[in-house]
Design a protein around this ligand. Structure first.
Ligand code: G3P
Length: 497
């Protein structure tokens, strides 16, 4: 048997599933992507059909395998990264979910969380154990909702007949032919049921949301064994040995392995993480504390501060699909550069409230400062600038919590390709912005985790050496101008709160 040539990353995102073939040099040899249906049963509700998640993911994997004629002799390992918090409950004897998946964006349990976590004591208990601010975003209330609302689900769950999982768990369980019911700490810590200091499911939190412990998956290290492929039509016996939530996978893919290193992913939303090492730092500025993915052999749990912005790339999509003022996202770069500034226009994209550091669920979006001279280029520029302002607010919160300034921000995700946005971001932040040649760091992180566990790569030094030259952006704007722009932005934000 020859040397294995590849690792495969399964990147299960909110709107599409992708399978990515990665070689020893950390290069993406090929990618197969399939979108799947978004289900909006009521305003504010978001669901996925778990079978759509599964079959879109397996469909991309099957196609990748067929395109390259891959067998288990070619592939050293599979790594999974996934949309986090999204909740699935299923019957392990049939493999059939009891309902649609409740997606992280879904707000149906906001009232429930308000009720269950209604007192300051309970909120503080949840925050101190989980590092999270009690919110419908996380899996706990979504699971409770399924148990309360799907006929018979509670009785079956209490009889030990149902399993809970985030998307990684659902994929691992299926890929391994139902043999492995497991998750990793980066996903577990987003459920609001996991004690991030003690590294275990927490009975007080399970009691709070009335969730039977028997439903919960085993928690295994992110880089380590999760069983082997055993699914009809796929090569059998490939080790699944990397699992992480997509944002922590991106941090790993950016080679942010040490305290002080940070990344921001510009996707549908933005997710910024600052590695804080073995210290689970409590935020006083509206961020959450989360567990990061660690290389094999790490003895102490490693943490990060995380800030989430709900609307980033989604704002550009809105310009395209609802306003119809651009044809595609790529056009925004030249349009924004075609005017010297926004002419005083600010867009606050609070479509679904404001996330960190403001946490204003009832805020709604505004466009401010329109004049007779405002054109679509000004509006597009203001939209891109809004992405950067939101990240500046997160960076301020992180620096205040960490007590030190950010020297470098590693960037990735779709909109990081936009040079106008990256330069404006560097102008606002004042630190160095580094964009790797491969901005698909989420998949790369999943590949790295699986590749380290399987011995495909020898260690993190080897991964750092794989990184090709970065594009670097630094501030060129006069700091007084930055201050004036920020004052205008904060004035606009105040008006939506
Ligand atoms: O917390 C939600 C996040 O994991 C979703 O990421 O990339 O699927 O939008 P994405």
């Amino acid at each position: 048997m020859g040397e294995k040539r590849y690792v495969i990353a399964l990147d299960q995102g909110t709107t599409s599933s992708r399978s990515v073939l990665v070689d020893r040099r950390g290069r993406m040899v090929d990618v197969v992507q399939r979108p799947f249906q978004q289900i909006f049963p009521q305003p504010g509700w978001v669901e996925h059909n778990p079978q759509d998640i599964l079959f879109s993911q397996l469909g991309t994997l099957t196609e990748l395998v067929a395109r390259h004629g891959l067998t288990s002799d070619d592939v050293a390992a599979i790594g999974i990264d996934n949309q986090r918090e999204t909740t699935i409950v299923w019957d392990p004897t049939t493999g059939v979910p009891v309902s649609n998946a409740i997606v992280w964006q879904c707000r149906r349990t906001a009232d429930m969380v308000g009720r269950v976590c209604g007192t300051p004591e309970v909120r503080e208990m949840v925050r101190s154990k989980t590092g999270l601010l009690p919110d419908a975003y996380f899996s706990a209330s979504k699971t409770a909702w399924i148990l309360e609302n799907v006929p018979g689900a509670r009785a079956r769950a209490e009889a030990g007949e149902l399993l809970f999982g985030t998307v990684d768990t659902w994929l691992v369980w299926t890929l391994t032919g139902g043999l492995v019911h497991a998750t990793d700490p980066t996903n577990a810590c987003r459920t609001m049921l996991y004690n991030i200091h003690e590294g275990r499911w927490d009975q007080d939190l399970l009691d709070l949301f009335d969730i039977p412990a028997s439903m919960l998956p085993e928690v295994r290290p992110s880089s380590g064994p999760f069983g082997e492929t055993s699914y009809p039509g796929l090569p059998a016996g490939i080790p699944v040995c990397g699992v992480a939530g997509d944002q922590q996978a991106a941090l790993f893919g950016q080679c942010c392995f040490a305290p002080g290193q940070a990344k921001n992913t510009y996707g549908t939303g933005c997710f910024m993480l600052l590695h804080t090492g073995a210290e689970a730092r409590e935020s006083e500025h509206g961020l959450v504390t989360t567990i990061v993915a660690s290389p094999p052999g790490t003895t102490q749990t490693q943490y990060a501060l995380e800030g989430s912005v709900f609307v980033a790339g989604a704002l550009v999509q809105w310009l395209r699909d609802e306003l119809g003022i651009i044809r595609d996202a790529a056009e925004t770069e030249s349009l924004a550069q075609s005017v010297p500034d926004t002419g005083g226009v600010y867009v606050v994209p609070a479509f679904t409230g404001l996330g960190a550091p403001w946490w204003e669920p009832d805020a709604r979006g505004v466009i401010l400062g329109l004049t007779r001279g405002t054109g679509r280029a000004h509006l597009v520029r203001a939209a891109l600038e809004a992405l950067a302002y939101q990240i500046r607010d997160l960076a301020d919160a992180m620096e205040a919590d960490a007590g030190s300034a950010l020297d470098v921000l590693n960037v990735d995700g779709g909109a990081s390709a936009n040079d106008f946005l990256m330069q404006f971001q560097a102008d606002l932040l004042g630190c160095e912005l580094r964009r790797p040649a491969n901005t698909e760091t989420t998949s790369l992180g999943a590949a790295f985790l699986a590749g380290l566990a399987s011995g495909f790569w020898g260690g993190t030094d080897e991964l750092v050496a794989l990184r090709e030259t970065d594009d670097v952006f630094r501030r060129t704007m006069d700091p007084a101008r930055v201050d004036a722009l920020l004052a205008g932005w904060h004035d606009a934000v105040r008006r939506v709160m």
